[in-house]
Design a protein around this ligand. Structure first.
Ligand code: MLT
Length: 411
């Protein structure tokens, strides 16, 4: 009989967001008429920018004419998109990133999991706690961990707590780690990292031969001019970091799917025989074999993000969600809750009142206010006692959710 990948049996019951959906559906089944407002998963609600839609419509026209029709595109993405990204997102900030080092993909979630394909089994892997659960679960699936303990921590992973005490930025570990996941602006806490902090990480990685997986999916939400948008703004990062970015949150592509991963050609890791191997070559090989690229139509839509109109439209979309975040911050603060994040990020990280557990607060919010958020403990043991509220929703829903919390939540 065929056998399974037993590592999947180590995974906790459900991926966080499906588990939330399951609980919400059960509540709705019992209370079919309640008007639920979802501020849980960070999924966008506002329409795609006009510039992106127009470009996609034009691209559909190209597909209807033999002269401009496109079949398989380059697995790495079309050069015209990679060039725009290199120029606007990196070179304009003084970062040395060549278009050929940019790989277009259908999502950062996929890429942060898939990147493990090109790394060995015996790396010491560090994640923050709390953390975006994909980083942990994909390592479990790949067999890089042992079993989880009762707190949900997996044997073999190194957890770096990010708490109010360290401003939600991961301290440099005392032991040697080979792979480190950093996400700034941070999901779930909404915290940012300073240049000096990232420099410490890059120095550590270079000294230890480690690779940083830098998830910058939320960089567009940075409002503070001193906060770096890319790890490549940091000296030496080209020798130790891979960066993941996405069009999901800035341009509303969660359903459209387009993202990118930067693998500098200067980045190397060791082969079993001790030789240094370029990671770019391995990732290029992996993508050419397992991926057929993002559709031409979607890449044209993503390219339009960099037009003058597209830039203005994306800015106002991001501003819209940041204004939601500000409303959430202000209203929750006014009812006496301690809030973090939400200034350079679309997530507000809330300390649960009266020492309620994260899931107890989730239930209270759902049952009393019909509002759904994300329990902090779902992001890791150190997220216990916290709760994440996403700013991705319509203004009407955000205002209504806050009104219900003020009127109905007994905190
Ligand atoms: C989240 O809510 O944490 C995000 O939507 C997850 C994602 O982008 O995959």
């Amino acid at each position: 009989m065929a056998t399974i990948n037993d590592n999947y049996l180590k995974l906790k019951a459900g991926y966080l967001f499906p588990e939330i959906a399951r609980r919400v559906n059960a509540f709705v089944a019992q209370n079919p008429d309640v008007p639920i407002i979802k501020l849980g998963i960070g999924d966008v609600t506002e329409p795609l920018p006009e510039a992106c839609r127009a470009a996609m419509i034009e691209a559909i026209g190209d597909m209807g004419d033999r002269a401009t029709f496109k079949g398989y595109g380059p697995e790495q993405g079309y050069p015209w998109l990679r060039e725009k990204i290199a120029q606007h997102d990196f070179q304009a900030r003084g970062c040395e990133v060549d278009p050929t080092e940019i790989f277009i993909s259908d999502g950062s979630k996929c890429d942060t999991g898939n990147i493990l394909d090109i790394f060995g089994k015996d790396n010491a892997i560090a994640v923050t706690d709390p953390v975006y659960p994909v980083y942990v679960d994909t390592n479990v699936m790949a067999g890089h961990t042992g079993e989880a303990n009762e707190q949900g921590k997996y044997a073999g992973l190194i957890y770096l707590p990010i708490t109010a005490e360290n401003n939600f930025t991961a301290g440099i570990p005392s032991q040697k780690v080979d792979l480190i996941y950093l996400c700034f602006p941070n999901n779930p806490t909404g915290a940012t990292a300073t240049k000096a902090h990232l420099q410490d990480w890059v120095n550590y990685a270079k000294a230890n031969g480690s690779i940083i997986f830098f998830d910058a999916a939320y960089e567009a939400f940075i409002t503070d001019p001193d906060v770096p948008h890319s790890i490549y703004e940091i000296d030496g990062a080209r020798d130790c970091a891979i960066e993941f970015r996405s069009f999901s949150k800035n341009a509303g592509f969660t359903g459209t799917r387009c993202a990118l991963t930067v693998v500098p050609k200067t980045l190397k890791a060791k082969a079993a025989d001790g030789s240094d191997v370029e990671l770019w070559k391995l990732w290029n090989r992996r993508q050419s074999t397992k991926f057929n690229g993002v559709s031409y139509i979607v890449q044209r839509g993503a390219e339009a993000v960099y037009s003058e109109a597209g830039q203005a439209q994306v800015r106002s979309l991001v501003r819209f969600y940041l204004d939601n975040a500000q409303i959430i911050r202000e209203q929750l603060t006014a009812v006496g809750l301690q809030v973090y994040g939400g200034v350079n990020a679309p997530y507000v990280w809330v300390k649960t009142p009266k020492n309620l557990s994260s899931w107890d607060f989730f239930d209270r919010l759902l049952q009393a206010c019909y509002v759904v958020g994300t329990p902090g403990s779902g992001f890791g043991a150190a997220g216990e006692g916290y709760f994440r509220i996403s700013a991705f929703n319509s203004r009407v829903n955000v205002e209504e959710a806050m009104k219900r919390i003020i009127e109905k939540l007994d905190v």
